[in-house]
Design a protein. Structure first.
Length: 189
């Protein structure tokens, strides 16, 4: 999922009159997928006004979101760890990218809470529980435009990578292979 896709989705959501942005929307989708590995399009009711489902911008956005959902599920299930959170390109100012990362994490936590049985998230293994606590902190981030420098850019890159790997860890923790499921050969991580 490239930053170009972020801008395409952002524009489609705006045209469809959605109240969420691309980062938060993708975060919500990822949280739902991690929580239940759910299929279907029920999650779209949290993003789009279904009463406008017949108009062209909403129909186009809906299809884009369904495609994104399918791609996201495939990437999270793939053994090559190719998943990446949908965030704006590096050409945007750092404070905007940091804000989008915070929105992505808020969406993720929201989606995760929507799809799990109460108590499951509180009883995660140490590493997975730590990822959830860290994402809660990341969801609160902000950066003053006057304070950003190369060190902040490096920190942002590291945090995005942490989120990327953390989401994959949570997906695996919450969706263990089913008995009898074909296990692929272990890959390098």
């Amino acid at each position: 999922m490239s930053p170009a896709n972020f801008h395409v989705l952002q524009d489609a959501l705006r045209r469809a009159g959605a109240t969420t942005d691309a980062a938060e929307c993708h975060g919500t989708l990822c949280g739902i997928v991690c929580a239940a590995a759910a299929t279907g399009d029920g999650w779209l009711e949290n993003v789009l006004d279904e009463s406008a489902a017949g108009d062209a911008p909403t129909a186009e956005c809906r299809q884009l979101l369904l495609d994104l959902s399918e791609d996201t599920r495939e990437l999270l299930c793939a053994p090559d760890m190719g998943f990446y959170p949908l965030l704006p390109a590096d050409d945007l100012p750092l404070p905007q990218r940091v804000a989008a990362l915070g929105e992505w994490c808020r969406g993720f936590l929201y989606g995760l809470s929507m799809g799990r049985t109460p108590g499951v998230l509180e009883n995660l293994a140490d590493e997975a529980g730590e990822v959830l606590r860290d994402m809660t902190e990341i969801a609160r981030v902000g950066l003053d435009a006057q304070d950003s420098d190369e060190q902040d850019e490096n920190a942002y890159t590291e945090i995005v990578e942490y989120v990327r790997v953390g989401v994959q860890l949570l997906f695996e923790e919450l969706n263990p292979p089913q008995p009898g499921a074909h296990l692929s050969a272990p890959g390098l991580h």
